[in-house]
Design a protein around this ligand. Structure first.
Ligand code: ADP
Ligand code: MG
Length: 361
């Protein structure tokens, strides 16, 4: 099914008359609304596309999504401020990509050499085709064409990255459920994304690619046009990250991705801009997560905690998805290192609490 946002005036009524902790609410004045409400990107993206979800769901997040790569320029009065506040940067001067040399990457120490605590390690980046709008502004033909182009690039990968692309429409429900349970595939069950227009023409143009070992995965037209993912069981971050860097380099030879000076790689959600990199481990932290200063410690290390099945899900058996919070204003290598330092500190804290509990008994 197609999707169009409600008229801008209607959305403005909602956001201006209701309380919301979102950044959008904090910066969208009546004057700014009137300045931007009739502007359009060359892809046809409007302010209504960008603020639809944030005006229907009053949650504590950015409250705005980009309709297409150009939205960051056309609606810069809003986006620049949202990005500054979310990423806590004064100016938008994101550095050029730096993934680290192969030597530097290989020197990254296994997070859990004894194989006792870290269930799995995953690093992902998002990429957008420079010549297409983001999904809410895509036509059905755009989605079908993008799927074809991305699948073609993926299916030509060789060696460890070689695998096969599957359209969601061709996977049966049992297979999809198993892939979701195993943390490989995404769900379409987020109402904030639905009201951002991300689920338009849902049965078309979406899919997943994976290699035989399911250590390299690509999501096609999930939230971003392309999500490159490397993951494996255990804590061998060097192996996981090196594979991702290889995949990025190979895909960049085949496709052109949207980038903007000072902003890094452009993504649908402004919280992902810059490196677009989220490096995470799944780990049970039954003692640490009950400490009153748990959130303070996460903040100190710039670590974000998510649920067992990703953002918005619950923590089953005290299993947390711990990842770097910052993606803009630092290099890819620095983002991975930041996650490593934070997760190591949390792991050591958990071990310390286990020791104390044992001594007390
Ligand atoms: P993303 O930022 O990649 O969109 P989400 O929070 O949407 O992440 O989660 C997507 C999926 O990735 C979920 O199934 C989540 O459990 C899984 N995931 C995230 N980190 C890990 C990890 N370290 N090991 C295994 N699965 C993971
Ligand atoms: Mg996600």
């Amino acid at each position: 099914m197609d999707w169009n946002p409600r008229p801008a005036e209607e959305l403005w009524e909602l956001i201006s008359k209701n309380d919301s902790p979102s950044i959008l609410k904090g910066i969208l004045t009546e004057e700014l609304f009137h300045k931007l409400k009739d502007k359009k990107t060359s892809f046809g993206g409007t302010l209504a596309h960008c603020m639809s979800s944030g005006c229907l769901h009053f949650r504590k997040n950015a409250g705005i999504y980009a309709s297409d790569p150009e939205a960051y320029s056309v609606f810069a009065d809003i986006f620049t401020e949202v990005i500054r506040r979310y990423h806590r940067v004064e100016i938008l001067n994101h550095p050029e990509p730096y993934y680290g040399s192969e030597e530097q990457i290989r020197a990254l120490q296994n997070i859990d050499p004894d194989g006792e605590t870290v269930i799995s390690t995953r690093v992902r980046v998002g990429r957008s085709h420079a010549k297409y709008p983001f999904i809410p502004v895509c036509s059905l033909q755009n989605l079908v064409d993008m799927e074809k182009e991305t699948a073609c690039a993926l299916n030509s990968l060789t060696g460890e990255l070689a695998g096969k692309y599957y359209s969601l429409a061709d996977l049966d429900n049992a297979t999809k459920e198993q892939l979701i349970t195993d943390h490989f595939l995404y769900r379409h069950d987020d109402e904030t994304l639905r009201d951002a227009g991300l689920y338009k023409f849902l049965d078309k143009g979406r899919g997943i690619f994976f290699n035989e070992a399911k250590t390299f995965i690509c999501w096609v037209n999930e939230e971003d046009h392309v999500r490159l993912i490397s993951m494996e069981t255990g804590g061998d971050i060097a192996s996981v990250y090196l594979r991702l860097v290889k995949a990025i380099r190979e895909m960049e030879k085949r496709l052109t991705f949207a980038k903007k000076e000072g902003y890094g790689f452009l993504t649908f959600c402004s919280t992902n801009l810059g490196t677009t990199l989220r490096a995470s481990v799944l780990m049970a932290i039954p003692n640490v997560c009950k400490q009153p200063n748990f959130l303070d410690v996460l903040n100190k290390y710039n670590i974000q905690a998510r649920g067992t099945w990703g953002v918005g899900s619950a923590n089953v058996d005290d299993i947390y998805d711990l990842s770097n919070k910052r993606r803009l204003g630092l290099t890819e290598f620095a983002a991975v290192t930041e996650m490593l330092n934070g997760v190591r500190a949390i792991k050591e804290w958990e071990e310390e609490l286990v020791r104390i509990n044992k001594t007390d008994k």
